[in-house]
Design a protein around this ligand. Structure first.
Ligand code: HEM
Length: 474
């Protein structure tokens, strides 16, 4: 290729590879292009070069061995407008490093991996069960209920409170986040390549809707910010917001203003990131789990039998049960693998020219980390399209995770929420399986296993019939 840039499919003038991608599942195309062009290939969105990295060795070499080069995010037209480069998800440089480190420490302090967060998740699981019970036996859109439960866990961490499933403001923010996640992937990529699209009449790409939604979130955030400010006790932090406000106060006395990366706007961006990154991902994984259980009823029964043997029907699952429920754990791992909920991680940027695996990657190129290429690699996971939890069990029935299993990515940008996500997935899923049995609404037409790619890869809309275990006729 000219100038030793990675090879890739033929491009159309001005549009690059957009015509091949429109209306198709990019993940399937990327699988095909990997076979044709190898583990490092190029795709053009307009004139913008995206280098797609595939396979465990290549991705690990980039994100871990050369993590100093592969750790920045590209400018994103929409998110720059919303977050002004602050927060974690789409921030870069010193500000990102400080905010990520601080957030990780806070999450640790607030009970990541220890009891208080677990209590919050178990309480939320009880409410989830009540919500499902109200609709037992009728076709149900489980997605909305799951989003409310999962985001209440984030609310507990960030604001120290939960919201009722009927709270109008809460419901509006959640429905906005869901809609934004659908639009964000396509809208922001296209708008980055063709900024003039923002001036088109109407709102074909959803950019105007997304910006409108930020106002609703801003109102909720402002209310909670004020109430935290007025009741703050530096010595008794109640939640993430309190910890941040205390740190902000400390930093405001720094003589060198450049050093201070703590601000009200920065906090708003962080809260938005924790919601955005923590809610859609985890609830979508749970939804995929239910969808796969509909397709693989034997797996559902094995999980139920294991739970019944270890816990019975009454005692609710807790994190201590994880090691005693290896088949359930393996089912969660298999869902994280097969669903690949964040299949292309988040885009990376190269801020200077880089030589990688013999190729030249020009400055300002974007990099896509194709996690799907690992999680569906048939050399690592035999028959990758088959849902088989046993692949995560060793010969003695204990959980076994290969190093290549990285649904949360790796290196400096690794997901900060992977512990909390794993806790939620375990408690929510095992509690639901203990109490209910999932049935397809129409046994002759199971919901589609091919999903939609936005920022996450999510199932197409489906309903499920959920029946209380005690009401199931054997
Ligand atoms: C099943 C659930 C989840 C999955 C599969 C998942 C996966 C990922 C992936 C693949 C990335 C991209 C890393 C990269 O760019 O290389 C990421 C980033 C991130 N995740 Fe998660 N995540 C999940 C849940 C959560 C939760 C619960 C939180 C918050 C509590 C969270 C917070 C974040 C943040 C803040 C980042 C950005 C990290 C950075 O840019 O430095 N995630 N996640």
């Amino acid at each position: 290729t000219p100038n030793n840039i990675p090879m890739g499919p033929l491009t159309v003038p001005l549009l690059g590879n957009i015509p091949q991608l429109i209306g198709r599942n990019p993940l399937l195309l990327f699988r095909k292009w990997r076979k044709q062009y190898g583990d490092v290939f190029s795709v053009y969105m307009g004139s913008q070069l995206l280098v797609v990295l595939n396979g465990y060795k290549t991705i690990k070499e980039a994100l871990v061995t050369r993590g100093n080069v592969f750790s920045e995010r590209p400018h994103n037209f929409l998110l720059d407008k919303i977050n002004e480069g602050e927060g974690i998800l789409f921030a870069s440089g010193t500000s990102w490093k400080r905010q990520k480190k601080f957030t990780l420490n806070c999450l640790q302090e607030l009970g990541f991996g220890c009891n208080s967060l677990e209590v919050c998740i178990v309480d939320e699981a009880k409410i989830l069960i009540e919500q499902i019970e109200q609709n037992s036996g009728a076709p149900l859109n489980l997605k909305d209920i799951l989003i409310r439960s999962v985001s209440n866990v984030i609310c507990g961490i960030v604001f120290g409170r939960r919201f009722s499933h009927e709270d109008k403001q809460f419901l509006e923010v959640l429905s906005n986040f869901s809609e934004d996640a659908k639009y964000l992937g396509n809208a922001s990529i296209l708008m980055n390549c063709f900024p003039f699209l923002q001036y088109l009449p109407g709102d074909l790409l959803g950019n105007k809707t997304i910006l409108e939604h930020t106002k609703v979130f801003q109102k909720l955030y402002d209310d909670l910010y004020e109430s935290h400010q007025s009741t703050l006790d530096d010595n008794n932090p109640r939640d993430f917001m309190d910890l941040y406000l205390t740190e902000m106060k400390k930093n405001s006395t720094l003589p060198n203003k450049e050093e201070n990366t703590y601000s009200k706007n920065q906090l708003k961006a962080l809260v938005g990131d924790l919601f955005g990154a923590g809610t859609e991902t985890t609830s979508t994984t749970l939804l995929w789990a239910v969808l796969y259980l509909l397709h693989y009823p034997d797996v559902q029964e094995k999980c139920f039998d294991e739970i019944q043997t270890v816990l019975g029907m009454e005692r609710l699952p807790s994190l201590d049960d994880r090691s005693h429920l290896p088949y359930c754990e393996a089912t969660i791992l298999e869902t994280l693998r097969i669903a690949a909920v964040v299949p292309l991680a988040l885009p990376y940027a190269i801020t200077r020219e880089v030589y990688f695996r013999g190729y030249r990657i020009p400055k300002e190129s974007s990099i896509l980390i194709n996690l799907d290429s690992i999680l569906h690699d048939c050399d690592i996971f035999k028959d990758p399209g088959v849902f088989r939890p046993e692949r995560f069990l060793d010969s003695s029935g204990q959980v076994r995770k290969p190093n290549e299993f990285i649904p949360f990515s790796c290196g400096r940008r690794v997901c900060i929420g992977k512990k909390v996500a794993r806790m939620e997935l375990f408690i929510f899923l095992t509690t639901m399986i203990q109490k209910f049995k999932f049935f397809p609404v129409d046994p002759c037409h199971l919901p589609d296993l091919e999903g939609n790619l936005g920022i996450t890869y999510s199932p197409k809309y489906f309903q499920v019939k959920i029946v209380r275990r005690q009401d199931v006729k054997s």
